[in-house]
Design a protein around this ligand. Structure first.
Ligand code: FES
Length: 273
């Protein structure tokens, strides 16, 4: 038994990682740590590039919506795809001119404050504690989410932006059916369509959404439409972790796909020839 481990009166063990559990409790937090770390490293790198995020007609979801586009960059979105046009001259040179930096705060804050991700990174990164009935990292007085982590309560507001992003990304997928004025589709179109679908499955399984749509109703039979939406939210909510990971992976995968097509590393199979 580790030196850190002490036996308290009542049989509980204390000290980081100390536990009476005999099941494989370490695999979950370890996989979470590796998966989230990989995503954070990749998405930070991709967001700072400012290039190769567009391969007509495909736009990376990490860059959507494009507020301004810097046409001097390879693989930048065309002017008509940017809400406010060309990148402004007054932009400070010490801040990277990348469209992703202007929008990632919205999906990022939604994920960061998600109830599932809180559990995941409190366990895998903060180790407070690393698992149920497992000794936690030593810490000061616990104040929960009423002090330092009070911003977690903003999740319900981040939800509104996340819902808006689903519609924006479906719009991008619709644009991916047209290239140079000609209707068609390619592998990229399918990838772009799957992306908001998975994000929708994740977002509409959100605890805040479930509460918003049905939590305040006393008599569900009086609100049949909301009751159906609440049932769908409950179904997705039970699978929230699964869709959290699937949608996270797919966002990165879509960016990788668009990036590689834009760089000419791979060729998109499509009907445009
Ligand atoms: S609880 Fe996970 S997205 Fe809201």
């Amino acid at each position: 038994m580790s030196e850190l481990v002490q036996i308290r009166i009542g049989g509980h063990q204390t000290g980081l990682g100390a536990t009476c559990r005999v099941d494989d409790w370490k695999t979950g937090p370890t996989a979470t740590f590796l998966g989230l770390s990989a995503f954070i490293v990749y998405s930070t790198w991709a967001a700072l590039q400012g290039s190769h995020y567009y391969a007509g007609p495909y736009l990376s979801p990490m860059y959507s919506p494009v507020i301004w586009t810097d046409l001097s960059q390879l693989g930048a979105a065309p002017l008509e795809h940017a809400l406010l046009g060309a990148w402004p001259q007054w932009w400070p040179s010490f801040i990277p001119a990348t469209p992703a930096a202007l929008i990632l705060i919205f999906p990022g804050s939604f994920r960061f404050t998600c109830y599932y991700y809180r559990k995941a990174y409190y366990r895998a990164f903060a180790m407070t504690p690393p698992g149920c009935a497992v000794g936690a990292r030593p810490q000061g007085q616990y104040k929960g989410e009423t002090a330092l982590l009070i911003f977690q309560n903003l999740h319900r507001y981040a939800l509104y932006f996340a819902i808006a992003f689903i519609f924006i990304l479906y719009y991008d997928a619709l644009l991916a059916f047209k290239k140079d004025g000609e209707f068609g589709f390619g592998v990229g179109t399918l990838i772009l369509l799957i992306n908001p679908t998975l994000l929708g499955a994740y977002t509409f399984g959100c605890h805040s959404w479930r509460h918003l749509i049905g939590g305040g109703i006393n008599l569900h039979s009086k609100f049949p439409m909301r009751h159906q939406l609440w049932k769908l939210a409950s179904y997705l909510n039970e699978r929230h972790m699964r869709f959290a990971w699937l949608s996270l992976f797919w966002v990165a995968f879509t960016d990788v796909y668009v990036r590689l097509v834009s760089m000419g590393v791979i060729t998109d199979l499509n009907t445009w020839g």
